[in-house]
Design a protein around this ligand. Structure first.
Ligand code: 2HA
Ligand code: ZN
Length: 280
């Protein structure tokens, strides 16, 4: 075995390279989504704006020809995004991230994207998630108005989807009041609650516009009869936001399954949490 300078060795370790770190984080969250039962077949998708986090993606790698986008993203020209591939299963993103994630760069004119590949290209996905336009529309809003939020996670948590089938529970203010009442952490971690988006077809610009609108005042959305979408500085934090809302939904459903309506925290107890954690 040849001798290596220990610092050199540490610097070379994949976990110390920012891109590998981001890929490992996405892989970890993808595994959680699968283990939680929120990611049947190829459902869900993840994207992260990575410019500023990595110096340059694959300077000696290859660049695909540009694929046109259906609308211009001028202010995002040159931006780099790590995105899950279309048709990719979250359990495969977790186990073989190199084959199920890809890096795209918005063209200089903002009217398309190129796929950037590492120098030794593995057989990676050729096309980004079917929800790419929705993700880009949300990233456009976030970059301009909430620039610390770089990550988007979309997944299908059964507990929240189940509640969105009820004409009573899908009413946003009532649903949030009930979910905040299930355990203190929900008010502490998601004080603005869920933004509930009425059903619109998957991948549509109507769903994306409604989501951008709701993200002005929420970080976690419930897409009626479909799933959740969260935005946060990191993929892990976006996962945590969905996880805490699902925890509340799970407690509610467990109480209802057991044949009783949960008492819930009182208005005073929820206000006390807001005073303690959010009104400094
Ligand atoms: O990626 O979840 O909403 C597949 C989906 C579409
Ligand atoms: Zn979905």
């Amino acid at each position: 075995m040849t001798h290596q300078d220990p610092e050199q060795q540490a610097g070379d370790h994949p976990a110390n390279d920012p891109l590998s770190h981001l890929v490992a984080e996405i892989a970890e969250v993808a595994e959680y989504l699968w283990q939680k039962g929120w990611a049947e077949r190829n459902s869900g998708n993840i994207s992260v704006r990575v410019n500023g986090l990595i110096r340059e993606a694959f300077p000696s790698g290859s660049i695909s020809s540009a694929t046109p986008l259906s609308e211009p993203f001028l202010r995002m020209a040159g931006d780099l995004y790590l995105v899950t591939g279309t048709g990719c299963r979250m359990r495969d993103v977790s186990r073989e991230p190199d084959k199920n994630l890809l890096m795209i760069r918005i063209t200089a004119e903002g009217d398309g994207y190129e796929i950037l590949s590492p120098p030794e290209t593995k057989s990676g996905p050729v096309v980004p998630t079917s929800e790419l336009i929705s993700h880009l529309m949300i990233h456009r809003y976030l970059k301009e108005h909430q620039p610390t939020k770089r990550a988007i996670v979309h997944t299908h948590p059964s507990e929240l989807i189940a509640l969105s089938h009820s004409p009573v529970y899908k009413e946003e203010s009532l649903l949030n009041r009930i979910l905040w009442g299930m355990l203190p952490e929900t008010t502490i971690l998601v004080p603005e609650g869920l933004g509930v988006i009425p059903y619109r077809i998957t991948g549509s610009s109507e769903l994306a516009y409604a989501s951008v609108n709701a993200l002005q005042s929420h970080s976690v959305l419930l897409w009626e009869k479909h799933g959740c979408l969260a935005v946060a500085p990191t993929v892990m934090e976006a996962f945590d936001l969905i996880d805490v809302m699902v925890k509340s939904a799970d407690i509610l459903l467990k109480c209802l399954h057991a044949g009783f309506s949960p008492e819930g925290l009182t208005d005073e107890q929820i206000e006390e949490l807001r005073d303690r954690f959010h009104r400094k």
